[in-house]
Ligand binder design. Sequence first.
Ligand code: GDG
Length: 728
Amino acid sequence: MNKTIIVSNRLPLQVSIQKNSLEISPSVGGLATGMKSVHADGNGIWVGWSGIPENELSPSLAKEVEKKIKKEKCVSVSLTNEDIEDYYEGFSNNALWPLFHYFMEYTNFEQHEWEAYKRVNEKFAEVVIDNLEDGDTVWVHDYQLLLLPQLIKGKKPNTTVGFFLHIPFPSYEIFRTFPWREEILTGMLGADLLGFHTYDYERHFLSSVKRILRLDVNFNKINYHDRIIKVDSFPMGIDYNKFHNAALEHRSGSLEKSELRKRLEEHVTEDKKLILSIDRMDYTKGIPNRIKAFEYFLDNYPKYKEKVRLVMLAVPSRSNVPQYQKLKRETDELVGRINGKFATVSWTPIWYFYRSMPFADLIDLYISSDVALITPIRDGMNLVAKEYIATRTEGNGVLVLSEMAGASKEMNEALLINPNSFQNFAENLERALTMPLNEQENRIKFLQKRLKRYDVEKWAEEFFKSLQETEQDRNTIVTKKLTGDYEKSFVEKFKSKKKKMLLLDYDGTLVGFKDNPQDAKPDDELFELLDSLHEKATLVLISGRDKDTFQRWFGHKSYNLVTDHGVWLYQNEEWTALERLKTDWMQSIRPILETFVDSTPGTFIETKNYSLAWHYRTADPELAKIRTMELNTVLTSMVANNGLSILEGNKVIEIKSSNVNKGRVVNRLLIENDYDFVTIIGDDWTDEYMFEEAPDWAYTIKVGLTKTKAKYQIKDPKQVRQLLQKLI
Ligand code: GDG
């Protein structure tokens, strides 16, 4: 039975060893909840670190840990103290975490930590592969394991691999500073589906893939070797019912009130309000900034003195890292200073807790607070914001949320603020404190509806569904691939037939692309191949290239040539014009193309006899994308009335007479002779005209794995040559 292997840095359980006795308890985090059904399904297993370093376990204890966690359907990856220091605290938390959250000043690039990161990712891969069977699916989580997808795919290419990033993916300008940027991207591209919390992170990732790896991206799909990788956003939700029901229970009076709740309620009266913030103590969460902004608020709206209290829960995190220790000191000092500045005998403005709290206390905090102030400087999603909304069972309460949290993208009904503007912060806090009840209810209602529907289980389900679809897509490509039995029958047919024609496109089909088109000359091996083919079949090279170039390259051969997309035909050592075309339009189009060359570095114009081509292969892909749209807009109005058409080829826009296309030539050639075998091979969409005109029984083969009308697909020019070689 096929199973799913979930992989994350930590297993969803807590292992504690006391006086040589082992305690294992499941952890209750959002991820564990979301993955519950995926994990529980069939023989699903979870691979990760147990939280106990290898060095602290005797061999017998290690065995026992393994046995006990196996019962929880988990398998552990054993990590040494050194691994944890260099891979986890080092590379993951000192390089990836700050950089991905735009804290460049905290980012440390250490070669030995990078080595450890690679080594530990390989350890994870080993454990996954040991547990992997044909047909299994792997779902990898988060920034500690960016290299893992490719490590799995490289060894087990038929495995479906998904990856989800829980933190932001930074913009290209930030990501490009990373010394091992190519390796990180290639590592991630081992996945068939890459998921992010928001569309922005997805966009940033695609932009880096385009610019750094220079891969082709079509909408949200990446063409990578012979694979198509899907990239999409899946905003992670929470276990809505768990929070909502706990809040209902706490409010129902069936439970005895906790001390915390009693103390919180003492503060809340008609004109006094509680403001809540909960975060891990992390510099991304904007804690010092929030305290300073609160000071600004009290200074500028003094009527709220003694009327509001900020209850701030900061949960200890990574506390042995110097930056986190500094943050803790800064927070302590700020709270002290501000409490000292404003406190009265009966009031302290900030109640500050530096600890973690049991779930029940968390619920008490949520239900007792009139306003939640969630103001990270940068946050992948932020689940606390969602949890606060889920606990508002009476429909009141206001969420003030930073625009920099991924959650803001789907929580428009919150009061969205820029946490760096104290004025904006203070205005919205005042607005939250004075918001009429019916407005609060309307906003909460909308937010709850969405969070309830798109909860964490739905999130996992949607990701998983999309991941399974990639498997189906892969299978369709496989059925179209001209390999195995299909290839065998193709070769046999060719050999058994008498009147054969091979129509071969040139660039991208017989030769790969070069930065400068003039460098893509035919090589000796190609001549040898074409000579042999020409002895066995009518060989036609058909190209958008100009007549002069082909004359220079192939004039000494007797192959048939079609150039300029079908304007000229070379047969029996003679050139014939198939179309009579004007070229006077070039005078008005060329200056337009020149302005695009000036404004787009790396682009140039190629002048052919009957067309003008603007090449952008070496330009910045993002800029080129914008420019191609602009150029298309400018040209569209001009070409329509002048009998011209715009062809978008592979990194080139070509303007030519609309009467011409490769498909018309195919028709003409087919009529000339009574062929019993025809094969057409081409790579870009100008070749689709040929595929359209081909008779049903012909072989049409598209080079590359993008959408096509051709019946078969093949990976690249190298494979085309290998296939043709088999015909001789
Ligand atoms: C990363 C990304 C992304 C907090 N204090 C206590 C406690 N919590 C629980 C909350 C919430 C979770 O911890 C925190 O989740 P966040 O999403 O707010 O933040 P990160 O830990 O930074 O998580 C983040 C997330 O991954 C998921 O993809 O949203 O952007 O940084 O569930 O309730 N729970 C208990 N006591 C506490 O004191 N019991």
